[in-house]
Design a protein around this ligand. Structure first.
Ligand SMILES: *[C@@H]1O[C@H](CO)[C@@H](O)[C@H](O)[C@H]1NC(C)=O
Ligand SMILES: *[C@@H]1O[C@H](CO)[C@@H](O)[C@H](O)[C@H]1NC(C)=O
Length: 171
């Protein structure tokens, strides 16, 4: 019963509020100039940005796993071929996203930030392909659409965070 209830797209991101707030704080002064130099020299911001990238990546993996089980359930329920086709596209997108996120996680642990960012971009792109298939296609797809939208946002948060640190900053 609980699974079918519609959840607004933002619900899943509530636990990320402190992290998102942090993003706003570091992004805003960056656009107007470099007033953060003092803090940057302290190294605290870089460590926070690294934590944020890591948290966003892990949350993205959790969302992708949630999407995977939802797609399987929706496929069992599908009653017509156009829904089956869309869900098959989502299933293959989701498989790709899961493997890209897992590789991104390995890259993060081996300090390859550039290739991690490429993989996060790729994961967001394949997830958008699924979202385009199901968006506006009915209430039965709304939870999957919300989970995918969250997943894309988390990839973006992770990518933006990597602009505020280099691996060298952390040692
Ligand atoms: C599948 O259909 C059943 C019965 O209508 C429903 O209870 C269940 O929530 C549906 N699953 C999904 C993921 O929509
Ligand atoms: C396919 O099934 C879904 C869910 O029952 C329904 O909302 C949708 O309108 C159907 N599409 C077609 C083309 O019959």
């Amino acid at each position: 019963m609980a699974m079918t209830r519609y959840q607004p797209p933002s619900t899943g991101l509530i636990h990320l509020w402190p992290l998102i707030l942090f993003m706003v704080i570091i992004i805003t002064p960056h656009q107007g100039g470099p007033p953060w130099q003092g803090a940057s020299q302290a190294g605290g911001l870089q460590a926070l940005a690294c934590d944020l990238a890591n948290a966003a990546l892990r949350s993205a993996q959790t969302k992708a796993t949630h999407a995977q089980s939802l797609i399987a359930l929706l496929l069992q329920n599908a009653t017509n071929s156009s829904d089956v086709r869309s869900l098959q596209i989502c299933q293959s997108s989701n498989n790709e996203a899961l493997s890209q996120l897992s590789s991104a996680n390995n890259d993060f642990n081996t300090d390859s930030l550039d290739s991690m960012v490429e993989l996060m971009n790729a994961a967001a792109d394949v997830t958008k392909a699924c979202l385009n298939e199901i968006q506006g296609r009915g209430h039965h797809f709304s939870l999957l659409a919300a989970v995918n939208a969250d997943l894309i946002k988390l990839c973006e948060i992770c990518i933006v965070s990597t602009r505020y640190f280099t691996i060298e900053d952390l040692y």
